[in-house]
Structure formats: C-alpha cells, structure tokens
Design a binder for this molecule. Structure first.
Ligand code: NDP
Length: 608
C-alpha cells in the first residue's frame, strides 16, 4: 500500500524547485574548485596542538604495524592485544591518538551520533559518557583512555607518516619506510587512515592575498581566538569574523562564534537541514541499571533500525532512527520487499518531502527575520547532504551581531581581497576567515598514492587496482600478503561509522590471531575468492546515480559530477556482519597460507 500525497505537498512543484536550486549551485569545475591544504597552503594542515618532538629513527621490527590511530586503528590494536598479540605498533601523523577527534577541536564540537553507541569499548573501559551527544573533547579523551588501558602508547610512533611499504618475499614481511627516516619490518600491516582527513579550501580567486587571520576548522587556532572547545573566545571580542561553510561543522561552530565575535558573517552556499538535537546529561539512574552486554545490544539495535532490519523495540529513538528509509538513498541496508520498486520510490519521496517540509517549517518558527529564514531553508532531498542537528544554530541568526550572506549563485564567493570577501557587487570587510569547508574524500595514503605499496614481485597496489579496487570483503588483495585495509571499501556502511570500524577491527584481529595460531606462512586471498566478492558486490549494488544526479552538489555526489557510493555491499551492515561471522567460522582457513600446496596456489595465480 502506498500512501497518497498530503494535499499540502505538490511533488511536481517540489521537484522543479529542487532542480532550480541545484542548477543555481552546480559548477563546471566540480571537485576541482577546491585547493588542498598542501604546497603553498600547507600551513592550513599544520598541527596546532602538539609541539614537534625530535627523535631518532626507529629500526626495531614489529609483528603488526597499524597505520592510523583513530578508532579503527585503536580497536584493531586493542583486539590484537586481547588475543595475546603483544607486538603492535600504532603510527599516526598526529601528535596523539584520536584521529578525527584529535584534529577537530573547534568550539562546539560534538558527535551527532548518540555517545552510548558511538564511543567504543564503554563496558571494557568502565566509562559512561556524560552527555547523550558527547563533546569532541570527551571523545578524544576516551581514545586516550583506550590507548592507555590497552598499553598502546608503548611502541607508538606519532608525528610520523609512512612513506612506502615493500613486501619482502624471502622474509615474508613488510619493509616500512617513514618520513622520520624509520626503516623497520612488520609481519602484518593494517591501514586505517580514515577517509575525511585532508582539509580542503575553496579555490576562490584572491584567497592567498588575504592579509587578516585565517585557519581551517580542523586546525583551530586557539592562540588567536582564545577560549576552548567549550567557547569563551575572548580574542574575538573586537573582531569581524567570517565563516565559510554551513555543513555539519559549520552548524556546530557558528553558535560559539556568534556568541564571542564582535560581528559574525556566515557565508552560505547551501543550507544544511537542521533538525532537533535534544542533548541532555546522562541520567545516572539509567546508567546505574545497565546490565552486562548493554552497549553491544544498543549498538546492534541502532544498526538494525537504520539498516531496515526487524527489531522488537528501537532503543535509541532520535533523528537518525526516524529516517531509515531516507538514509537508504545513499547508505546500505535492507529494502522493503513487500513493495515494488516504484511503490518504494513513491513512499520514500513522500516521506522525504514530509521530513523536509517539517525541517523548513522549523526554520520559520525559530528565525525572526523572514528574509533570513527564507535563505536558511534547504531545498533538496534529505540525504543529498549530511543531515544536521542543532538547538542553537538557527537561533544564532536572531542575534544583532550575526549576518547571513547568501553566496549560492555563481558557485559561491566571487573574490577575496587583502581585507574583505566579495559576493557579487558587495564587499564585506573582515579581520578573520574561518574555513569550515570540509575535507577531501577518500584520500587515504594508499588510495591517493602518497603511500606507495609494493607487493609481491614489486607490483604496485594502485597499478594492480587500475580498474578499481579488488579485495576480499574489502580487507585484502591477492599479491599483497598480510596487508589489511579498514574503511569503506567494498563493504557495508552506516552513519555510526565507529561501529562499522569495530566489526572490521574484530575481523582483522581474528584473522591475524588465527594465522598466528595455525603457524601460517602468510595471509592472502585467492584470486577466485576476491573475484567472487567483486561479483557479489556488483550484483547486489543498488544504483543511486539518479538520486545523486538530482541532488544539490556536495561531497556526497562529487560536487554533482558522480556518485561516491558505488562499490558498497548494498544488503547492508547487518547482513555483512553476519556474512563475516559465518566466514570466520567456516572459511577463515581460505586466506591462510599454511602448506606447500597453499603456497604454490598463491604464487602461481596472478591478479586478474
Ligand atoms: P562539508 O563538506 O560537509 O561542508 C563544507 C561546507 O563548505 C559546505 O557548506 C559548502 O557549501 C561550503 N563551501 C565550500 N566551498 C565554498 C565556497 N567557495 N563558498 C562558500 N561556501 C563553501 O564539511 P564539514 O566539515 O561540515 O563536514 C564534513 C563531514 O564531517 C560531515 O559530512 C560529517 O561526515 C563529518 N562531521 C561529523 C560530525 C558529527 O557530529 N558526527 C560533525 C562535523 C562533521 P556547499 O554545501 O554549497 O558545497
């Protein structure tokens, strides 16, 4: 049964409005409109948090090298230690653990996924988050807590970037080189270096000539602003501050800048959806009554609800659990087979329209000035952009020191001069520009090529992947023994990405420990298994290209030029995790090279 349209929503008119708003923003240069925070803009990526520490190069061998000390790397290392593998070395370019939460410390930073399902190992560390949606600092401290409890600082290398990996066939181990002159061997290498890590800047003409102060939100300059992630930026009291970018970061940072700056100009190209946040401190009575296994149960429940799998009762109940059908537009999960494809599309479009109408009405209810409210209304389908939540962002525009600048036309701001920002005919003098302009997508060193990986016979991984990645379950590739990838490649995703990483970390730790127990010579999938997985992913892939093509430009759709969600396992994370569990029980030996026969089979097959 499909529902009929509420009489107040004219879907055809809405589609036309969405298309017109999209056309206002689309730019011919697509992703090339941005500049990376490197080269002449390299100072935007410098670490403002940890002083540089000189050290001697390291040459000591390790059993497992884990590249990336965010939650993916921390969980893999912790699970390896749980399984008795002591020789684990974490490596990160940052000065400490935490990944995203190390770098992003801007005022107002919070995680918009509930802390009880987002922050991993709560029961193992005996920690209960203070808030339902945790501030970034609490999450970063939790990363430190995990590293401390599992003794992961022991052999860690911070402020260090791996620059090359070479497989040594005779010794059956990886030779690792870094930008600190380290050269050591690692039997296994796990790469968990994240996907939204490299800050990007808008390529606005004249941006390099600005003489005031500038920085990116992921390298917050508290030396200039004063204050802390909780606010109190006394350095901005006499400053005219511009913020560029109104994505998930912009929503969190604007209320604090509004409070502390003399004047705040918010330059908006596309408004975010801003739904109710409803954050509150953790109820101590609730926390005291949690039984053993509560966190895993809650995480699974949240994942099941979002992936469209049946649950007796939804435990989390928030803005995410209210929109699972809509998330399916770009994320993986079950589809409702009781409806035909066209009935599903019909239902989803109505749900989308209702949700967006509610969000647009919320803008009108909160923002006093009707013109400002008009500009703040989002006109696109819900999952075209990362959904946003805030109970303070829209309210900021009722302050007399805050001005919203509509920079939607002509691809945004037209120019930056030495003292001001220009939009069309109007010039806005400012003292400081804060870039909340996001990150390059998918640029882990392995994918970008900045970390060259030479496998068996010196073959380069990126060359081998010339026609796109080939892996078994997203983890490993034939010809590159003992090398594991964590992240969003050829597997299933969900908005609680730490849960996704936790399952991957568990899987990798289990394979490595099993290889150790069995005395395996190395770990490597067969070409046949890898190809079969590729075909499975292809066969199940849902085509989201029409949805993405109709969306406003942004990083989800390659700025309107392509879909970034192509190669995922569409049945979703719940099915994928079940499949991995089954594989660990029945097929784990398929990747272990233990005998002469296994070895011969791996060495005589080549990558297809
Ligand atoms: P985004 O890429 O989402 O947003 C970048 C913003 O910069 C957009 O509003 C974009 O406008 C704007 N912009 C880009 N170029 C220009 C220009 N030339 N002129 C004016 N504006 C411009 O980056 P974020 O840092 O906000 O978020 C990145 C991701 O980080 C999120 O999607 C989310 O995955 C994650 N995140 C998660 C949080 C959480 O709580 N879990 C919190 C914060 C971030 P336009 O939309 O028009 O392109």
């Amino acid at each position: 049964m499909t529902r009929s349209a509420p009489t107040t929503i004219n879907l055809e008119a809405l589609r036309a409005k969405y298309a017109a708003e999209r056309d206002r923003r689309i730019r011919p240069d697509g992703v090339n409109q941005y500049r990376p925070a490197s080269g002449e803009f390299g100072y935007y990526a410098k670490d403002p948090y940890t002083p540089w520490i000189d050290r001697d190069p390291v040459n000591s061998a390790v059993e497992v090298l884990v590249i990336g000390a965010g939650f993916g790397g921390l969980l893999t290392s912790a699970f390896l230690r749980d399984r008795g593998i002591e020789s684990v070395r974490l490596m990160d370019e940052a000065g400490d653990v935490g990944g995203t939460w190390y770098w992003n410390r801007y005022p107002g930073i919070h995680c918009d996924i509930e802390s009880y399902v987002y922050m991993p190992l709560l029961e193992e560390t005996g920690y209960i988050p203070k808030w339902r949606y945790a501030p970034g600092e609490e999450i970063r401290e939790h990363a430190v807590r995990i590293a401390t409890q599992y003794d992961l600082y022991r052999d860690a290398l911070f402020q260090t970037r791996a620059t090359a990996l070479h497989w040594n066939e005779e010794q059956r181990q990886w030779m690792v080189e870094t930008d600190r002159g380290d050269r050591f061997s690692a039997r296994y290498v796990v790469v968990s270096s994240g996907t939204l890590t490299q800050p990007k800047l808008p390529g606005i003409p004249g941006i390099e000539s600005f003489q005031g102060h500038t920085f990116h939100t992921s390298r917050w300059d508290y030396g200039y602003t004063g204050g802390s992630p909780e606010g109190g930026m006394y350095g901005l009291r006499d400053k005219r501050v511009a913020v560029l970018g109104t994505g998930a970061t912009g929503l969190q940072v604007v209320p604090h800048l509004a409070e502390d700056a003399h004047q705040l100009l918010v330059f908006q190209r596309t408004p975010s959806t801003v739904d109710i946040r409803d954050n509150h401190p953790t109820d101590p009575h609730w926390a005291a009554n949690l039984g053993p296994g509560w966190q895993q149960e809650r995480m699974e429940n949240f994942l099941n609800v979002l992936a469209g799998e049946p649950v007796d009762r939804s435990l989390v109940e928030d803005g995410w659990t209210a929109t699972p059908h809509l998330q399916r537009m770009i994320l993986t999960g079950a589809v409702d087979e009781s409806l035909s494809a066209s009935e599903r599309d019909h239902r989803d479009e109505f749900e989308d329209a209702e949700t967006m109408e509610r969000i647009r009405s919320r803008v009108e209810e909160i923002v006093d000035d009707p013109h400002t409210a008009q500009i703040l209304k989002p006109w696109y389908r819900y999952m075209c952009k990362r959904p946003g939540f805030s109970d303070t962002y829209l309210q900021s525009f009722n302050r007399s020191n805050v001005e919203l600048v509509d920079a939607a036309d002509n691809g945004g701001i037209t120019q930056v001069t030495d003292t001001s920002i220009v939009v069309g005919e109007r010039e806005y003098p400012v003292d400081c520009i804060v870039f909340a302009t996001g990150f390059d997508v998918g640029v882990s060193g392995v994918v970008s090529g900045s970390l060259p990986v030479h496998g068996r016979g010196g073959r380069q991984l990126l060359e081998t992947w010339g026609r796109g990645p080939r892996t078994l379950h997203g983890f490993y590739t034939h010809g590159f023994p003992n090398l594991f990838h964590l992240g969003g490649m050829q597997n299933a995703n969900s908005v609680n990405f730490v849960h996704i990483l936790q399952e991957q970390a568990h899987h990798v730790a289990e394979v490595i420990s099993r290889a150790d127990c069995e005395g395996a010579r190395w770990v490597e999938p067969t070409v046949e298994d890898q190809e079969a997985w590729y075909q499975t992913v292809q066969a199940t892939a849902r085509d989201t290209s029409t949805f993405q093509a109709e969306c406003t430009p942004g990083y989800y759709n390659g700025e309107g030029t392509r879909s970034i969600t192509g190669m995922t396992f569409s049945p979703g994370p719940v099915v994928f995790h079940r499949l991995l569990r089954h594989w660990r029980q029945h097929n784990i030996n398929d990747v272990l090279v233990c005998s002469d026969r296994d070895e011969k089979r791996r060495l005589t097959t080549t990558q297809v």
